[in-house]
Design a protein around this ligand. Structure first.
Ligand SMILES: [Zn+2]
Length: 320
């Protein structure tokens, strides 16, 4: 998973504090960064190269040219993205970190350990770790760039929910994650979701899936126009409450309540299943208790008969 807007400032601050490296600074300035970047010396030991495919320039380290070309081609072909203007001609910079130490160095070590990529919408730049599935991570970050070309600022849950949904990450596993979250108790508020998205890998995975459901619901509310009305409104104001009032005549609080109801209706089957399982479990336990009680009573009756006297019958005497 990846982070985006909130990491921009720490990332650039860390770069500015790091020792100067003329080579990388010149390369990135030549690629179009708006100001000189100072890359940590450790990230430059082997010297990066670059290649350009269409509007995408990829920076890579020795041995990764093939991966760089494939990812640059993918980024150049990306889009269209839901409810945002068609891909702009603005250049995209792609930096491919071949190892964890390089990724941490480039991002100032400020991203969570589970992060696979980071987007910097201001500089239209993505840094991807060449591990796991970099193509999937890149698609997610490209969705962030596309969204931020249309809106200056959005709540974190909308940012991540849009990227997860628009990049096609939403899958059956996410359905299970959301079900599991609901089975654990009340769904989180949108504010809680913002906090969970920055939490540990376990909480963040469920938070990404839940954020995607909130964005999907907004798309359903938008009808045929999908997310277009809310994204247009967010282009005018970063205030989600104001944007919702303008487009769907609902407050953020009302939307949150509708989203919770929708979650329970669509993804509450595991909770339902677990409640049914619990009922059957309790019934089975009750039957076992009754069976043991009957067994003990029958044994006592047999022992009484063996001693030569009759055990009082359970049955009522016949009435006259
Ligand atoms: Zn993201």
């Amino acid at each position: 998973m990846a982070l985006s807007m909130l990491l921009v400032a720490p990332f650039f601050r860390s770069l500015l504090r790091a020792p100067r490296s003329a080579l990388m600074s010149m390369l990135l300035v030549a690629l179009g960064f708006p100001f000189p970047l100072r890359i940590p010396h450790s990230a430059l030991a082997q010297g990066p190269s670059s290649l350009t495919v269409g509007r995408v320039t990829a920076v890579y380290w020795p041995g990764d040219e093939r991966a760089a070309r494939a990812l640059a081609e993918m980024a150049d072909r990306s889009g269209p993205w839901p409810a945002v203007p068609q891909a702009s001609s603005r250049p995209i910079r792609l930096i491919l970190a071949d190892k964890t130490a390089r990724f941490d160095s480039l991002t100032g070590g400020r991203v969570p350990p589970w992060s696979e990529a980071v987007a910097f919408p201001g500089a239209n730049t993505v840094i991807v770790r060449l591990q796991g599935d970099p193509g999937r991570a890149l698609r997610h970050e490209l969705a962030h760039l596309a969204l931020h070309a249309a809106v200056p600022s959005v709540p974190r849950w909308f940012d991540e929910g849009y990227a997860a949904w628009a990049s096609g990450e939403w899958n059956r596993l996410d359905v299970l994650r959301v079900n599991w979250e609901l089975a654990r108790g009340k769904p989180p508020t949108l504010d809680q979701l913002n906090r969970d998205l920055e939490g540990g890998a376990g909480r963040a995975e469920a938070a990404y899936a839940l954020a995607a459901t909130a964005v999907q619901m907004l798309a359903r509310i938008g009808g045929e126009r999908g997310l277009e009305p809310i994204i247009t409104a967010l282009g005018r104001t970063p205030d989600m409450d104001a944007a919702l009032r303008q487009t769907h005549r609902a407050t953020l609080e009302q939307f949150e309540e509708l989203w919770h109801q929708d979650l329970k209706r669509r993804y509450g089957w595991l909770s339902f299943l677990s409640s049914i399982t619990m009922v059957w479990g309790l019934l089975a336990a009750a039957l076992v208790v009754v069976w043991f009680w009957r067994r003990r009573r029958d044994r006592a009756r047999r022992e009484a008969l063996d001693e030569g006297w009759e055990w009082p019958s359970d049955e009522a005497p016949p009435s006259a």
